[in-house]
Design a protein around this ligand. Structure first.
Ligand SMILES: [Zn+2]
Length: 287
């Protein structure tokens, strides 16, 4: 082992695994931090812009401005949290240490050489959320969905989404997912009877705010034909919906002060040949 970084954890990990998984994960984390920092540059102009949008009344102007300011404060808070997380500190320490040990050939990074740098890859791509071909077959199988099918899909989902609070109620065949604060949403997913055809699902949220209504609508219109596994992944992708900017316009709030309520799947092929689902956020107005 070349470094004593993370010494307790790393002594048991073979060097090859450290090179592959750990370095890729650190790189993804650094990219996420860099992209988040870059997006903060637009935070203050966004708040200022919100004051110059035509408003019908002072109340409307005030409401719009307040909402934008709250969104900006959340952006800043989530960036601060990201930087404070131990995984971020580890990644930065690791980069610093690696540079100190062998800094030769490390030059200044130029955005012009990496046009796609804002496409943040999902962290830990080699460990989590990897969907193999079996999952895909399971997911798209047509016909009557048995309870055993649901259990199998649910178990794979649980295994890939460590830390997500989720339950399968076998009596009502309902998958329940809870996304904690700041999202604070209880999703419920039920299969819709479709004998012989493609399985479909309905999604509800226990919370009935206007924003939840918009999310449920966006889920319904963007999950047509989707299998249960992908649908559950999609719901988890709402866990940061009050802080994840739209990939199209890079803003958290659109000109109508709406959050990006759509989650759209992008399949990324990994070096190991397996696929990873990445869920991009979009405003309804940006699709
Ligand atoms: Zn947008």
């Amino acid at each position: 082992m070349a470094t004593d970084f993370h010494k307790d954890d790393l002594e048991l990990i073979p060097e090859s695994e450290l090179d592959e998984t750990s370095i890729l994960s650190s790189l993804a984390r650094l990219q996420l931090m860099h992209a988040s920092l870059r997006q903060l540059r637009e935070t203050v102009p966004k708040v200022m812009d919100s004051m110059f949008i035509d408003s019908r009344s002072p109340d409307q102007l005030h409401a719009h401005f307040s909402q934008t300011a709250i969104g900006a404060a959340k952006d800043i808070k989530s960036f601060a949290q990201l930087i404070e997380e131990s995984k971020s500190k580890d990644a930065l320490n690791r980069a610093k240490e690696s540079r100190a040990n062998d800094g030769e050939g490390i030059t200044a990074w130029r955005v012009s050489e990496h046009a796609d740098w804002l496409d943040v890859k999902k962290e830990d791509a080699t460990e989590d959320s990897v969907m193999d071909t079996n999952n895909e077959e399971l997911d798209t199988s047509a016909g009557d969905l048995t309870l055993a099918d649901m259990q199998a899909i649910f178990e794979k989902f649980k295994a890939s989404q460590m830390g997500v609070e989720a339950d399968l109620d076998e009596d009502t065949r309902t998958v329940k997912i809870f996304l904690p604060s700041p999202t604070n949403t209880h999703f419920e997913v039920r299969p819709t009877a479709a004998p012989g055809g493609q399985n479909t699902y309905t999604v509800h949220s226990v919370e009935k705010t206007k924003l939840h209504g918009k999310i449920i609508e966006a889920i319904a219109s963007h999950s047509t034909g989707m299998g249960l596994y992908s649908l559950l992944e999609m719901l988890v992708a709402y866990k940061d919906f009050k802080s994840r900017p739209c990939v199209k316009c890079s803003r958290l709030l659109d000109p109508n002060a709406q959050f990006p309520v759509v989650r759209s799947k992008r399949r990324l092929k990994q070096a190991n040949g397996l696929y990873l689902n990445q869920w991009d956020a979009f405003h309804l107005s940006c699709i």
